[in-house]
Unconditional design. Structure first.
Length: 153
């Protein structure tokens, strides 16, 4: 059972255990700017994480694992998502069609960058699948040939 520190917050070890990563991973994600806690924490102070921090970390880990992202790519994807979130906030605050048109124009390249990252990963996965398929065909052909040789013997 997790012991909360301040109301609604958790210590780094608790978060690491809950999410299934090391405390070093969490610290490194903070250094990269993927988690906001590092800048907000005074030097030497204990790290405290909210449910929102934990959800963000879980989503980052999911994206990293699902897409096989490098940390650089993960940072780029997260930055684009943060920019999109800011645009959604601006959208909610305005009723002006002119401003909403600007928001849409700003959002398009952000989504394009994210989509290109995903498509690059897809291409790499397709290439790998093609390589494995070719190896499998080769092995099956070799197996058939060996079976024929054994049948003749």
């Amino acid at each position: 059972m997790s012991i909360q520190t301040e109301e609604g917050t958790y210590r780094i070890g608790e978060v690491a255990e809950r999410v299934g990563v090391t405390t070093r991973t969490i610290r490194y994600y903070e250094e990269l700017g993927l988690l906001g806690t590092a800048a907000e924490r005074t030097k030497g102070a204990h790290r405290h994480y909210t449910e929102a921090d934990i959800s963000r970390l879980e989503e980052l880990i999911r994206l990293r694992d699902l897409l096989g992202l490098s940390l650089e790519e993960l940072v780029a994807l997260a930055e684009a998502e943060e920019s999109r979130a800011a645009l959604r906030g601006r959208w909610a605050e305005t009723a002006s069609d002119e401003e909403r048109a600007r928001i849409v124009a700003e959002a398009i390249p952000l989504v394009e960058r994210q989509l290109e990252l995903v498509r690059r990963r897809q291409r790499r996965l397709v290439e790998f699948a093609d390589e494995l398929s070719a190896k499998l065909r080769s092995l099956r052909a070799r197996q058939r040939e060996l079976d024929r040789q054994q049948a003749r013997a």
